[in-house]
Design a protein around this ligand. Structure first.
Ligand code: GCO
Length: 461
């Protein structure tokens, strides 16, 4: 595709930032909230770095009005947040907790008052502990439990909320949580059980999408937020582009018996096409659960956009036979605090390849960088790496748009530093610095820089 005239971002492009309930709220057992599987693993010695927990996190539960002001300082037009299922239904199924519902009422009303559009993620990993004790995602009733939970929140919030994500990163909460064991609930299951739990989450996605479509009180815009496992071409040569595209969407047998489902198509193809990818079916063979045509029809509910949590990717070129060859990066290549390589092309090609495969508008549901941020002697938090990372990645995103990708929004990860799962509070992704001792918030330099991006719709890039 030619890139003669760099187009800007679409006029109604949604500039936002994202968080997740367990990572920022705290109030782990306040006002009737039930425990989640992340509360469980935080009690397991050695599971989280330095024994950190989400018991308090950013204490957002008690500071939402202050945090809305921070969102305004960051220039947000939209805010992506998740609901804590066990805060709303403490046992995960059955009795609803009015105080939990009321918290999100206050948050949504304050967002609308601040002219910030609420985008809700139904599930971002804080699975109800009580349901985990009944088998969790392995239980064949788990899709029904998720449907019941969705029905409660759609009834309560869909008069004011129009944008919904069903699941955040099944590759992580099934892959890391039930296969690798590094995320909650910390299981290292056999492949059959991993695929069964994965199938139930896809059924849960389908049921939630049906409820949203049928029962939302304002027309719902429905999507989901898988992680983007990105490979991109070393050059724009067609053969490199095709090799990278193929590599990004192939499923290959894993040498690690506990790392089988961290890919794009095992999840994206059922949701969009209503079928599991043939290469995965061949590899997984007899480990597959019993799947019916009715299952696949339920999973493939019509969506309005396809989300992508896109951070880093790997570079590929076409070998002599056209097959992908991974290109090693030079020693000393720029790395984030997490050790992720900074490669802006990831966003250009990741968005393009996902758009060209699934033919749905794309929303970048997460992108950002973990830096070694701290409050400096002058009282400010200078984060030039984050500004540079953002500038490069947003230009790459703009190029994808110029090359024809239909991109509707960008949610920066994250609004504020928060609980980074098994890494605890070591990784800082926020536009706003949080002192986890005092809970004082300090907008970083990137906050005002990003506010200008939001205000000018990217014209300042
Ligand atoms: C993810 C999760 C976020 C993480 C963020 C940084 O993509 O892993 O959605 O909760 O905190 O991506 O790793």
């Amino acid at each position: 595709m030619t890139t003669d005239a760099i187009k800007g971002f679409p006029k109604d492009f949604r500039w936002g930032a994202a968080t997740a309930s367990y990572q920022i709220e705290g109030a782990k057992d306040e006002d009737g909230k039930g425990p989640s599987v992340w509360d469980m693993v935080c009690r397991q010695p050695g599971f989280v770095w330095e024994g950190h927990t989400g018991d308090v996190a950013c204490d957002h539960y008690h500071r939402l009005e202050e945090d809305i002001q921070l969102m305004k300082a960051c220039g947000l037009r939209a805010y992506r947040f998740s609901l804590s299922w066990p805060r709303i239904i403490p046992d995960g199924n059955g009795t609803v907790n009015e105080a939990g519902l009321a918290f999100y009422d206050r948050l949504i009303d304050a967002l609308l008052e601040a002219d910030i559009e609420p985008w809700i993620t139904l599930f971002h990993w804080d699975y109800p502990y009580a349901l985990f004790c009944q088998g969790g995602w392995l239980n064949p009733r788990s899709p029904e439990w998720f449907e019941d939970y969705t029905r409660v929140v759609v009834k309560r919030y869909s008069d004011r909320v129009r944008h919904w994500f069903t699941l955040n990163e099944p590759q992580c909460f099934i892959g890391f949580g039930h296969d690798v064991g590094s995320h909650a609930p910390g299981l290292r299951l056999g492949l059959s059980e991993v695929l069964l739990a994965g199938h139930h989450t896809l059924l849960a996605h389908g049921r939630a999408a049906q409820i949203l479509r049928a029962e939302a009180r304002t027309p719902a815009q429905i999507g989901w937020a898988p992680v983007g496992c990105i490979t991109f071409p070393a050059t724009d040569r067609p053969e490199d582009v095709e090799a990278a595209r193929k590599e990004m969407f192939d499923i290959k047998a894993s040498s690690d018996p506990h790392n089988n489902v961290f890919n794009n198509t095992w999840w994206g193809d059922p949701v969009v096409f209503g079928r599991y990818p043939e290469d995965g079916l061949r590899i997984f063979g007899s480990a597959m659960p019993r799947v019916t045509e009715a299952d696949m029809q339920l999973i493939a509910q019509p969506l309005d956009f396809y989300g992508g949590n896109i951070y880093c990717g790997s570079t590929v070129r076409a070998g002599a036979d056209g097959e992908a060859e991974h290109v090693e990066t030079t020693p000393g290549h720029p790395l984030t605090l997490y050790g992720w390589k900074c490669k802006p092309e990831t966003l250009r090609w990741g968005v393009r390849f996902l758009y060209e495969r699934y033919n749905l508008p794309i929303v970048v549901t997460e992108n950002g960088i973990s830096c070694m941020d701290w409050v400096m002697e002058d009282g400010a938090v200078h984060d030039p790496q984050r500004i540079d990372y953002l500038s490069r990645h947003l230009k790459a995103l703009r190029q994808a748009i110029t090359e024809g990708a239909d991109v509707r929004g960008y949610f920066h990860w994250s609004l504020m530093d928060n609980f980074e799962w098994s890494e605890g509070y070591k990784q800082r992704f926020g536009l706003v610095h949080v002192d986890f001792g005092t809970l004082q918030r300090t907008p970083k330099d990137s906050a005002s820089w990003y506010a200008e991006v939001c205000r000018t719709n990217g014209a300042n890039l």
